[in-house]
Design a protein around this ligand. Structure first.
Ligand code: NAD
Length: 297
């Protein structure tokens, strides 16, 4: 399985697809933004004119798209993958989408003899570049074994968590933990600053203790530099939390913390911060408390 179709070449898809080219795979690339496809062609990939053509030219097809409607359109829509696929192929959706949509799309592909896995990722752009993403996979053992080698090119860890949809459920859990973690980092640093203690010194003092986390390590320095270039956009994280809230309503699960962070993200989006990194949750606290966490340089 040396020919890999790759659809969705944004912040994450581009470095992931480049790593596949570098590993020696023939990559057939498509993004609806032709400039994004051209970046991959410069790196050695072949351009396709749309999802149908990607399917015709590939053995395994990877999608890395914003949300559920984009995946449905690319797979099931007009000129979609479904028009070009053949039995025995694999589709690996690495986007973060609703678990129920992953199952729905997988069922439509199964009718054509094509196996789908959902394989969303965590780790952000830096880990996408380094090929060290954490990949959480939903699918059968057999399909997992067939595509694992390909996923390992992009990942530091690849874990089968259950049947189709289980990868997306795991990603929702991940996004809940990350959202609340970033928010509490911003909230706590705001209190520290208001109390007259330098937040950067607080960070140095606590980063080796129980409050240590990847979110603290990655996001606190962004808050101190005021650099919220994405990274992971607030709008995409709000999209994930919308999927979380929808799932929680279906299952009658009370999720007060996540719901509060969603409100903060909505306020930031209304303030035109939709494209800042999710570390920009600090901007909510800064506005509410009329202070800045940014360090004087
Ligand atoms: P992005 O917006 O940078 O990229 C998405 C790409 O998909 C764009 O280039 C866009 O043109 C393309 N696209 C959209 N609709 C299309 C269509 N119908 N046909 C072809 N191409 C289409 O987003 P991203 O940051 O790369 O994120 C992609 C997915 O990965 C999202 O589900 C996101 O939640 C998830 N994710 C992102 C990060 C991160 O740090 N950025 C981390 C983990 C997971």
């Amino acid at each position: 399985m040396k020919r890999i179709g790759f659809i969705g070449l944004g912040l994450m898809g581009e470095p992931m697809a480049i790593n596949l080219v570098k590993a020696g795979y023939k990559v057939i690339a498509y993004d609806r933004n032709p400039e994004r496809t051209e970046v991959l062609v410069q790196e050695g990939a072949t351009a396709a004119s749309g999802p149908r053509e990607v399917a015709q030219a590939s053995d395994v097809i990877i999608t890395m798209l914003p949300n559920s409607p984009h995946v449905k359109e690319v797979v099931l829509g007009e000129n979609g993958l479904i028009e070009g696929i053949r039995a025995g192929q694999y589709v690996v959706d690495m986007s973060s989408i609703a678990p129920l949509v992953a199952q729905e799309v997988a069922e439509a592909l199964a009718e054509k003899g094509v196996t789908m896995l959902d394989a969303p990722v965590s780790g952000g752009v830096e880990k996408a570049r380094a090929g060290t993403l954490a990949v959480m996979v939903g699918g059968t053992e057999e399909a997992f074994a067939a595509v694992k080698e390909i996923l390992e090119v992009m990942a530091g860890s690849v874990t089968l968590v259950g049947p189709v949809g289980a990868g997306q459920t795991t990603k929702l859990v991940n996004q809940m933990i990350v959202a609340s973690n970033i928010a509490i980092v911003a909230e706590a640093m705001t209190l520290g600053k208001k109390a007259g203690v330098d937040p950067e010194r607080i960070f140095q003092a606590i980063r080796g203790g129980l409050a240590a986390s990847q979110c603290l390590e990655d996001k606190a320095p962004r808050m101190f530099s005021g650099n919220f270039a994405p990274g992971f956009r607030i709008s995409l994280h709000a999209k994930d939390l919308a999927n979380v809230i929808e799932t929680s309503q279906d299952l009658h699960v009370a999720i007060p913390l996540t719901t509060q962070v969603m409100q903060m993200m909505q306020a930031l989006i209304n303030d035109q911060h939709e494209d800042v990194d999710h570390g920009g949750l600090a901007l909510f606290y800064e506005k509410m408390n009329s202070l800045s966490l940014k360090q004087e340089s």
